[in-house]
Design a protein. Structure first.
Length: 286
């Protein structure tokens, strides 16, 4: 096995794969400290992408479309060194277009590709309980699903290449709209006299309960927004991908556009490195 990209999500994913896999896992990242951490978890350090491409199955988890394009398609990238018969799985939240471009290039080289972006966040990456949506040929999915199961508790087949990414983008779009709605609710409720510590506990007792309320709401309640989780700048990137897809398909995603504007304001304030519940700070000043 090979694994490229050992960041906030990829690092713990690689650790789970290395711990549970019956075969060795080679790990690569531009950050040598991240590679050292992976080695401590049982992986073997790879020297470069050519080294990684010797694996029979290669997982990639990088920040976005630009990085996916670089890792696969740039000079010295995985496609240049790919060996016939290798299966590549991209767990990045990227775009359908880059998924299909990479898949077509790899197919011409006798290789297989699947897009398998992951959802639920860093704690679930650590626990190995991610949700993974997969776009691939059915036989490719059947082959890679057990390996994805080392990193996720829910591995779902969505259809051909690109559909895993479609569902991940929709997941994130709905999540971020929910987070934005929670910020609105907190602002309204507290200004109307409800104690800040009670707002989400009370909402959670009714039909407004949700994953976002339970995972993200606690940070709005405390006002403590971590910098070691999925940053708002990455959330904005994913919304851009979702909005571009909506535009291509003729869908007016007005709710998502509003959230993207709010994320832009968060980043303008220098808070883009913080977890997305920080969007509530936009209401604190008003």
């Amino acid at each position: 096995m090979g694994f490229v990209g050992l960041g906030a999500m990829g690092g713990p994913m690689c650790a789970n794969l290395a711990t549970k896999s019956p075969v060795p896992v080679c790990a690569y990242d531009l950050n040598s400290a991240a590679v050292s951490t992976a080695v401590e978890k049982g992986a073997v350090a790879a020297t470069d992408l050519e080294d990684i491409a010797r694996a029979e199955m290669v997982f990639v988890c990088v920040p976005g479309e630009a990085e996916t394009r670089s890792v696969f398609l740039d000079e010295g990238g995985l496609c240049e060194h790919a060996r016939e018969g290798t299966t590549f799985i991209d767990c990045t939240t990227a775009t359908v277009d880059v998924n299909r471009e990479v898949a077509e290039t790899l197919r011409s080289l006798g290789c297989e590709f699947a897009d398998a972006p992951v959802a639920r966040g860093v704690p679930n990456a650590v626990d190995g309980t991610l949700s993974i949506t997969v776009g691939a040929d059915p036989e490719v999915f059947d082959r890679i699903a057990p390996w994805l199961g080392y990193m996720g508790s829910d591995v779902a087949y969505c259809g051909p290449v690109g559909t895993g990414t479609v569902m991940k983008l929709m997941n994130n779009m709905v999540l971020f709209e929910n987070v934005s709605a929670l910020a609105e609710a907190m602002a309204i409720a507290t200004r109307a006299g409800v104690d800040r510590s009670q707002v989400f506990d009370l909402l959670g007792q009714g039909s407004a309960d949700s994953f976002a309320l339970r995972r993200h709401g606690a940070f709005m309640t405390s006002g403590d927004y971590p910098d070691d989780r999925f940053p708002t700048s990455y959330s904005a990137k994913d919304l851009d991908y979702a909005l571009a897809l909506a535009s291509d398909l003729g869908v007016d995603a007005a709710g998502a556009r509003l959230v993207r504007e709010r994320f832009a304001e968060v980043m303008e304030r220098g808070l883009g490195h913080l977890y997305s519940p920080v969007v509530y700070e936009l209401f604190e000043d008003k």
